[in-house]
Design a binder for this molecule. Structure first.
Ligand SMILES: Nc1ncnc2c1ncn2[C@@H]1O[C@H](COP(=O)(O)OP(=O)(O)OP(=O)(O)O)[C@@H](O)[C@H]1O
Ligand SMILES: [Mg+2]
Length: 1006
């Protein structure tokens, strides 16, 4: 239904205004404004209401409303003094005062409604599209591509289809354009553009709601829509987000939206598409299940292989290319070769006279047209062609040379005559002012003008526009980075080009699109040799380090290490020692995960070089990192610990600030290895990582992993399980492997003696390694290569103990020995801790097998290595093992001495896990020496420790029950409840049996 007022009709289907049979030109926003006023005729419409209705979600200067009201008034021929249509209510708003009635008279039907365009033919593809749309309405998803050479009419077809769909009630339509980028492409660009439209559209609430529920990874890409109080929860929710999650979430959200009303997504110029958008399109196409979704993409097959998009210019004039046809016809109209006569077009001269005048190629044709423009028009179009397909008047004027009003008049004139450009509404600038913007009628129009420019002139203009646009590329609005990089590269300002390429890479990381961040960095690297000589080395080092970071976040450790290594080599060649030290210290991160020894070598080289620098703070940082890495990845040495502690002191002295996050987490790990759990936990408070910032994400995961160890060793199993469950859920949401958390659970299961469960978890871990980590570019911690070393180690330990329990001593020995063999088990994070546990395992096997000599050898080795560390659990258990060896040799005094040494450690540190085992062995020793009172004291203490461990689980946690049903745990607890084990009658015979069974138990113990 149309709204009619005076001689005007407002056409809600074709979104235009008619006066009689003529279409009144109005920019889209002006039309929207008029429509809003007409729909609310006869009442006051406030300025705020207009802003809310037309510019929801974006901040707009109220001046803009005035500007559009002016445009509408002009179009209606209204007079501000005596308004017949729009009345201004001072300082309030506006009122539409003309009488409005509904009219069913359709607009002129000759036009299919794509603006002022008349569309010729195309009946078959139109019908096909409409059929596809009908299928989509039935719930059959449709992904359709319209392909063909430049100017063949793809966009036109898409627009005709758009109009057709817009005529249907309650259909959502969104469009996104791909833009060409030289250095790289902005990830998800067209999809973000299309979503942005939906989020600002009339019924945006359900869209925002759906994104919040189903696609938080996408919601955060629109910071203005995230409420402050949501932000924190969202940040936690987005930890470790992967590309897979982004893709899955947007598919789910779009599909969910279609349950309410059908959705049409038009994605234009896919020959310039970025990889991430392509992922989404192919996922949408592959997904099953009904959805009322239609995706329409357009592309030029010839441009897909890459190359300059301007290649299209060389298309020969071919029969029937609509673009060419349009150009020819316009030319003929201009030359009055054809003219309108009573609504029909007729030739004004004989056909034979026209043909020779038609240029051979489209390019020639457009050049002829360009040549006929005025000087000012040509200058304006030249600048515009450099600015891009779409440009604002502001961007192509510099305050010094031409006035924006003049340029705007020139543009308006060209647009009115349908030459080269058309109006594209207003553009909001960063400083809240607005500027009219225009777009080329077709990319070939732009190409013609652009190609005519001399190299020097073109380059000057690129630089001018780059400098102009720079101020728009502000924090939080960095999408222009890729475009700016192009302008500066084309403008020969390589220094700035490199800066913006680096920014563009950071943009991709914000969208969790790590792949897209590599491309601009590599482009930057290629441009570095063209930067001013004095800046080259510094820039190259910076870019290479960024590449190292990106590969690291992406999970590609060898690539990451190579990038840091080349940064260090470049710094070495340039004699930049501080930069070299920095690059070398970065190496320890990727190498820590793949080749710890090389990581340590790198950081030691950095330490050595730093000594020559006069920077005590950096020296202290490097010292802490070097000694810390040796402790965590090589072996525990008291000297290294002292170095770390001293470095930390020095850092505190030199600066008031905390340790940097990575250093702090390293330090906290050392604290927890020394049994200082409360201090470690304080330093391991993971905080909330900065969203989308991998460096902070990495420190977060490292801290989380340290926390799980501190909780494990201090016996807070419930808290530990909460972290594990939350982490696993998060990993599942991201579609990544919950490796870290499964590993921690397996560790916990060995501690509560659920060896079968531990083994099962590890087996699953080993199966999913390799191929999956290749496939999933995820944050490092979720997919470290070689994690097999760790999970295999814990699996071997669990298997070894299970074998031991079932008397399979040979098998058990093999498992423990494999852990000790560096050929089979290369170094990994805290590998020494696990190797010592394997020594204990071997000692237990020999004890159980009755080979006291070998058992003693292993126990002694274990004691020696444990005592070289500061780890209280290992130390206490090493003395406890010694006590059992002495018991087995019936050396009661020695046994008592050893277990007392163990107990002294337990009493110094809060280590309940080793604690209950020491007390249990103490109990056994006392029983054998007939000290009943002491025996019961220690049994009771063992039981108390066990109970508090069990109680630290949530009451309904199945692990709690598993723990309580472990045989050794049952032995201790049932003895306290008056079970047979504790009933001693004091007879020698009975004592001897007890000794034998105690020996057996001791052997089975761990
Ligand atoms: N069926 C048609 N009837 C009339 N004019 C048409 C038709 N198809 C295209 N045109 C005109 O031809 C010109 C180019 O068409 P369009 O922009 O749709 O091409 P395209 O295939 O999208 O090109 P590109 O590959 O560069 O995006 C436009 O000016 C358009 O108005
Ligand atoms: Mg097109």
């Amino acid at each position: 239904m149309m709204k009619q007022f005076h001689s005007f009709r407002l056409d809600p289907v074709n979104l235009c205004l008619w006066r009689g049979d003529a279409r009144v030109p109005l920019r889209p926003k002006a039309f929207d404004l008029l429509r809003y006023l007409v729909e609310h005729a006869d009442r006051l419409v406030t300025q705020d209401e207009i802003l809310e209705a037309l510019w929801a979600g974006t901040y707009v200067n109220p001046e803009v409303v005035k500007k559009y009201v002016l445009e509408v008034r002009k179009a209606l021929g209204d007079r501000p003094g005596a308004p017949a249509f729009i009345e201004t209510v001072p300082r309030r708003g506006y009122r539409f005062v003309a009488p409005v009635r509904d009219s069913a008279i359709p607009g002129p039907s000759s036009s299919t409604g794509t603006g002022s365009r008349v569309v010729v033919g195309r009946a078959t593809p139109r019908a096909r599209l409409e059929r596809c749309f009908d299928h989509a309405l039935q719930g059959q998803r449709q992904v359709i591509f319209v392909t063909g050479e430049a100017g063949v009419g793809k966009t036109t077809l898409a627009e005709v289809f758009h109009q057709h769909v817009a005529g249907r009630p309650k259909v959502r339509i969104a469009r996104g354009h791909c833009v060409e980028g030289f250095g790289g492409k902005e990830a998800y660009y067209p999809l973000l553009e299309a979503l942005g439209q939906l989020m600002r559209g009339r019924d945006r609430a359900p869209v925002v709601q759906t994104l919040a529920e189903r696609a938080p990874t996408w919601l955060v890409q629109f910071p203005s829509l995230v409420k402050t109080e949501q932000r924190e929860a969202l940040q936690r929710d987005l930890l470790g987000t992967t590309r897979e999650r982004m893709v899955r979430e947007i598919c789910e959200a779009l599909e969910a939206l279609t349950s309410e009303s059908p959705l049409v997504l038009v994605l234009e110029d896919l020959h310039w598409v970025d990889l991430s958008t392509l992922d989404v399109i192919s996922a949408l196409a592959r997904r099953r299940g009904p959805t009322r979704l239609l995706v329409l993409g357009t592309y030029r097959p010839a441009d897909i292989a890459g190359g300059s998009p301007l290649r299209g210019l060389n298309h020969r004039h071919s029969g029937g290319n609509p673009l060419f046809m349009v150009a020819i016809v316009q030319d003929m109209v201009k030359k009055a070769l054809i003219a309108q006569d009573h609504g029909a077009w007729r030739l004004a001269v004989p056909l034979g006279e026209i043909a020779p005048a038609v240029p051979e190629t489209l390019q020639q044709m457009l050049e002829v047209q360009f040549g006929q423009l005025s000087e000012a028009e040509q200058r304006t179009l030249e600048r515009a062609s450099v600015a891009g397909e779409r440009f604002s008047v502001w961007s192509i004027t510099t305050p010094a040379d031409v006035s924006p009003e003049h340029v705007e008049r020139v543009c308006e004139g060209l647009a009115d005559r349908q030459q080269f450009i058309r109006s594209a509404g207003l553009q909001q600038l960063a400083d809240e002012s607005v500027s009219s913007s225009y777009e080329f009628r077709h990319s070939l129009y732009r190409g013609t003008v652009y190609e005519r420019l001399s190299d020097a002139h073109r380059s000057r203009l690129h630089r001018m526009i780059g400098d102009r646009l720079k101020s728009l590329c502000t924090l939080g609005q960095q999408e222009l980075a890729g475009e700016l990089a192009t302008h500066f590269e084309e403008g020969g300002d390589y220094r700035q080009a490199v800066d913006y390429l680096i920014l563009s890479a950071a943009n991709a990381v914000r969208r969790f699109a790590y792949r897209e961040s590599i491309q601009p960095l590599e482009r930057a690297l290629a441009l570095v040799p063209r930067c001013p000589a004095g800046t080259r080395a510094g820039l190259e080092i910076l870019v290479r380090e960024r590449l190292g970071d990106t590969h690291y976040w992406f999970g590609a450790m060898p690539d990451s290490a190579r990038a840091y290594e080349s940064a260090a080599a470049r710094a070495a060649a340039a004699g930049l020692t501080a930069a070299r030290v920095h690059a070398l210290s970065c190496l320890v991160r990727p190498f820590g995960l793949i080749e710890p020894d090389r990581g340590i070598a790198a950081i030691e080289e950095a330490e050595h070089l730093a000594a020559s620098l006069d920077d005590p703070l950096q020296q202290a940082h490097i010292r802490l990192l070097a000694a810390g890495s040796r402790l965590l990845y090589d072996t525990w040495r008291t000297k290294d610990w002292d170095t770390c502690a001293a470095a930390r002191e020095a850092i505190h002295r030199l600066t008031d600030a905390e340790l940097p996050p990575y250093h702090r987490v390293i330090y906290a790990h050392l604290q927890l290895l020394k049994g200082e759990y409360a201090d470690a936990l304080r330093n391991l408070d993971p905080g909330i990582p900065t969203m989308n910032e991998p460096a902070s994400l990495m420190a977060y995961f490292f801290a989380l992993s340290g926390r799980t160890l501190a909780l494990l060793h201090s016996g807070q199993f419930g808290d530990l399980m909460r972290i594990i469950r939350a982490g696993t859920a998060m990993a599942e949401k991201n579609g990544s492997d919950p490796w870290l958390f499964s590993f921690r659970e397996a560790w916990l299961r060995t501690v509560i003696r659920d060896f079968a469960g531990a083994r099962q978890l590890c087996d699953t871990l080993s199966r999913t390694t390799g191929e999956q980590s290749q496939r999933q570019p995820v944050t490092w911690i979720l997919s470290p290569p070689r994690r097999t070393s760790r999970s295999r180690t814990i699996a071997r330990l669990a298997t070894g103990y299970a074998d031991l329990e079932h008397g399979r001593y040979e098998e058990a020995t093999r498992q423990f020995q494999a852990i000790l063999d560096p050929e089979i088990t290369p170094k990994f994070f805290l590998h020494w801790y696990w190797r010592m546990n394997a020594q204990l395992g071997l000692c237990n096997v020999w004890l159980a097998a009755g080979d006291l000599r070998r058992a003693r050898t292993e126990a002694d080795r274990f004691l020696e290595s444990a005592c070289s560390t500061a780890e209280p659990n290992l130390k206490a258990l090493a003395w406890e093992a010694q006590a059992r060896i002495e018991m087995a040799g019936q050396n009661w005094t020695a046994a008592l001495d050893r277990i007392q040494k163990g107990l002294a450690i337990v009493e110094t540190f809060g280590i309940p896990v080793a604690g209950w085992q020491v007390h249990a062995t103490y109990w056994d020793v006392c029983r054998l020496t007939r000290d009943d009172a002491a025996a019961e004291t220690h049994r009771a203490q063992a039981e108390a420790a066990l109970d508090s461990l069990a109680d630290s689980f949530d009451a309904d946690d199945p692990l709690r029950q598993l723990f309580l049903s472990a045989s050794e745990v049952r032995r201790i607890r049932s003895a306290g409840a008056g079970g047979e084990d504790v009933q001693e009658d004091g007879s020698n015979a009975r004592a001897r049996t007890d000794r034998r069974s105690a020996r057996r138990r001791g052997a089975r113990r761990r």
